[in-house]
Design a protein around this ligand. Structure first.
Ligand SMILES: Cc1ncc(COP(=O)(O)OP(=O)(O)O)c(N)n1
Ligand SMILES: Cc1ncsc1CCOP(=O)(O)O
Ligand SMILES: [Mg+2]
Length: 219
């Protein structure tokens, strides 16, 4: 069992997690998507279902296929963009960016135990607001160049340290590789969120394991 695996709740009930947060790419073929996710699942802490091109029915069908696989590995499944879809399919949480609706409404609908993430880009002020509004983790990025998403805001890694006082897991995203992940973990990232570095690889299991070395320096 990799160190990243458990998602624990501390005495305050807050979500605690550390490791790799894998995010799915836009794959239309559900069988292929499931096979690639299943290869990575033993090594990841959380999975985010993100598909920016699928029609609603395909998104729902892909989630319905991914959920039992995630459950079998004890990996929470988080739905990007759409907290209503997360609620409908019984996922463990949702991730909302600045155009994805209201965190308070999502928290009220999903309940106190849901994992609710917020994109905070390069802004500590956004992160503070997000936590006040019910976010259980905050995400910063893009830290590095990426072709997965057009990005304009580029935080300094020191922002991850500045966010420690918020008391929720800090996620780093954007162009993260096994080579540049250690500097983000050293700066305070609890999780590194990755699309292409895992699912763009011919071997998602090996790729996922390569990221875990950032969390066990010296191995
Ligand atoms: C963990 C994590 N961090 C940031 C994002 C980006 O969210 P958003 O800005 O809403 O952009 P899209 O992913 O919806 O294109 C994320 N999805 N996950
Ligand atoms: C969704 C998202 N938000 C900021 S960067 C990004 C894409 C990250 O993908 P990759 O890990 O392939 O750079
Ligand atoms: Mg979004």
């Amino acid at each position: 069992m990799p160190l990243s695996h458990p998602t624990r709740r501390g005495e305050t009930g807050a979500v605690r997690a550390r490791g790799l947060y894998a995010i799915t790419p836009d794959i239309a073929d559900g069988g292929l998507l499931l096979a690639r996710v299943e290869a990575a699942l033993p090594w990841i802490c959380w999975l985010q279902y993100r598909n920016k091109t699928a029609a609603p029915a395909l998104r729902r069908a892909q989630l319905d296929a991914l959920l039992p696989a995630c459950r079998a590995h004890g990996v929470p499944l988080i739905v990007n963009d759409d907290w209503r879809l997360a609620a409908d399919c019984g996922a463990d949480g949702a991730h909302l960016g600045e155009d994805d609706g209201d965190l308070r409404a999502a928290r009220a609908a999903l309940g106190p135990d849901a994992i609710l993430g917020a994109s905070c880009y390069d802004s500590l002020a956004l992160a503070r607001q997000a936590v006040e509004s019910g976010a259980s983790y905050v995400a910063f990025g893009a830290f590095f160049d990426t072709t997965t998403k057009a990005t304009t805001r580029r935080p300094d890694p020191a922002m991850l340290g500045g966010a420690a006082a918020l008391g929720v897991p800090r996620v780093a995203i954007g162009g993260i590789t096994p080579d540049n992940a250690p500097q983000l973990v050293a700066a305070g990232a609890d999780l590194v969120a990755v699309v292409s570095g895992v699912f763009g690889s011919a071997d998602p299991a090996a790729a996922a394991q390569a990221y875990l070395r950032a969390f066990t320096p010296g191995d």
